[in-house]
Design a protein around this ligand. Structure first.
Ligand code: CO8
Length: 257
């Protein structure tokens, strides 16, 4: 597939997707959605890939859904085409996806970052859900995922005032896992992605699935799910290899990379 709004490349065992609509600050239109989801699905199906990274430019990860695409739409059109439902495809990707965020991650941009498994932010990153200032509200998960990340008070503050959160506040609030200098953003994110991609792929996917389960079920069910998945890992050679390597004081050589 050829892509027009994103750049797609493979670096070792990591699939890198770069949003590439610089003139619109990477605003997310339907084409970007289709391309990002298609690229992630292709990496998910590629046995040589163990982890993915989604990034933007130094100025903007993405400044939101494309306001110009949505502006004139009527309710029936939005409803019948179930506008932007395609992003759900990204949440069905099984391999880990890291968001490397510099600059603006606003509206749909913040929501896209939150659809990834974790966020590494540059010091200049700014997160926000400014939809209220456009007379609307988040529509790609902002009112739900942001609340789970940062809690009710801060999510209300962000959604009701539309204010931006800087990288330090985002880290303090649990929205991002770490903050790095802008010039190191991609290198640091690639290091994390390389590390994940070198591990046992089924174990990585099971870890991701289990953490995500925490958002979808009760604690008792989540704990039972975790324990059952943990038990099942003893069917993998990688469990034998990982534990033998520890006991023998040598690096593990996982087969299911
Ligand atoms: N959509 C379309 N175009 C955009 C967007 C956007 N979200 N953001 C920026 N652009 C365009 C600008 O129109 C401008 O284009 P042009 O040069 O043709 O005028 C170009 O990008 C550069 O932008 P600015 O000149 O505004 O750059 P500044 O550096 O002055 O400002 C800001 C940067 C602060 C990021 C500013 O551009 C801004 O406020 N952007 C809009 C932010 C916003 O409101 N985002 C939320 C959008 S709504 C949304 O995301 C809803 C998601 C849910 C949809 C799901 C439906 C089911």
């Amino acid at each position: 597939m050829t892509y027009e709004s994103i750049l797609v490349e493979t670096r070792g065992k990591v699939g890198l997707i770069t949003l590439n609509r610089p003139k619109a600050l990477n605003a997310l239109n339907s084409q970007v959605m289709a391309e990002v989801v298609a690229a992630a699905q292709a990496f998910d199906a590629d046995a040589n890939i163990g982890c993915m990274v989604i990034t933007g430019s130094e100025k903007a990860f993405a400044a939101g859904a494309d306001i110009k695409e949505m502006q004139a739409k009527a309710y029936a059109e939005m409803y019948l085409e179930d506008f932007f439902v395609g992003w759900e495809g990204l949440t069905r990707i099984r391999k880990p996806i890291i968001a490397a965020v510099a600059g603006y991650a606003l509206g749909g941009g913040c929501e896209l970052a939150m659809m990834c498994d974790f966020i590494i932010a540059a010091e200049n990153a700014k997160f926000g859900q400014p939809e209220i200032t456009l007379g609307v509200m988040p529509g790609m998960g902002g009112s739900q995922r942001l609340t789970r990340f940062v809690g009710k008070s801060k999510a209300m503050d962000m959604c009701l005032t539309g204010r931006m959160m800087d990288a330090a506040e985002a880290e303090r609030s649990g929205l991002v896992s770490r903050v790095v200098p802008l010039e190191q953003l991609l290198d640091e994110t690639m290091k994390a992605a390389d590390k994940i991609a070198a591990l046992s792929l089924p174990a990585v996917i099971m870890n991701k699935e289990s953490v995500n389960r925490a958002y979808e079920t009760t604690l008792a069910e989540g704990l039972r799910f975790e324990r059952r998945v943990f038990h099942s890992m003893f069917a993998f050679e990688d469990q034998k290899e990982g534990m033998a390597a520890f006991v023998e004081k040598r690096p593990a050589n996982f087969r299911n990379r």
